[in-house]
Write a protein that binds this ligand. Structure first.
Ligand code: GSH
Length: 234
């Protein structure tokens, strides 16, 4: 039995972990969860970790006093760091930690930027679209009005700033850490898929970003992850 067990919620950040496990060629157990009608995780995920969020990676053997016990890890960035330190000894998917290396600084920056700055704006947009979708017909026009106002005043600018920063980076480099594909591309993949899914990224303005996405989607590990965990559809 494998030491790793990924709990994967459809259309979620756990796709990152699924994709990275495939890149690393590791053996792992997979449990898939469907979202509820409210687009949340099902209650059953709370049995694996009280946060009830995805991803959760259960790891066996971390408790030396009780090797049978499994440790439930959450936070995609943290799980990725763990997988890199534990399984990427040859630095195939992350640059060597070195404050003087541009590749490492870029890697670390995008690993953080994805969840700290880019995702919050995208999640806000998703939440407002769900509010409108689920509003009763009589108040739908009012909900739509509020959505438009909040998007214009608070959300759109942040999303555009993030996407422009990403495009600028990918117009200079093939990958987020520079010349080599890395786990930072995996972490940023979900951001760009989420940004592209609903509205679709402008093909001219985000030319390099869309080419980067095609390169990611063409990787055999990405395709294997889609086969096992489902395509990302928001
Ligand atoms: N910062 C966390 C975010 C985890 C998170 O919010 N996951 C979402 C899926 S993308 C989730 O589980 N949502 C279901 C829910 O809130 O019920 C990470 O990167 O792992």
């Amino acid at each position: 039995m494998s030491d790793l067990h990924l709990h994967h919620l459809e259309n979620s950040r756990s796709f990152r972990i699924l994709w990275l496990l495939e890149e690393l060629g590791l053996d792992y157990q997979l449990t898939r969860y469907e979202r509820t009608k409210s687009y949340l995780a099902p209650k059953s995920l709370e049995r694996v970790h009280p946060s009830g969020k995805s991803p959760v990676l259960e790891v066996a053997g971390l408790n030396h006093k009780d090797p049978e016990q499994k440790t439930s890890m959450i936070e995609s960035g943290h799980i990725i760091d763990y997988l890199m330190v534990k399984y990427d000894k040859e630095n195939m998917f992350h640059p060597k930690v070195d404050a003087d290396s541009q590749a490492w600084r870029d890697y670390d920056f995008w690993m953080h930027y994805s969840e700290a700055s880019a995702m919050p704006a995208l999640v806000m947009r998703l939440v407002f679209s769900k509010v409108v979708e689920r509003s009763p017909a009589v108040i739908k026009p009012i909900a739509k009005g509020i959505q438009k106002q909040v998007e214009a005043s608070m959300i759109n600018k942040n999303i555009t700033t993030a996407l422009d920063l990403i495009e600028e980076k990918l117009s200079k480099d093939q990958w987020f850490a520079g010349k080599e594909f890395s786990a930072a591309d995996v972490q940023m993949g979900f951001v760009i898929e989420a940004a592209n899914s609903r509205a679709g990224l402008d093909e001219v303005r985000y030319y390099n970003t869309l080419n980067w996405l095609k390169r990611c989607q063409g990787r055999s590990a990405y395709r294997a992850a889609v086969k096992k965990g489902g395509k990302l559809e928001f």
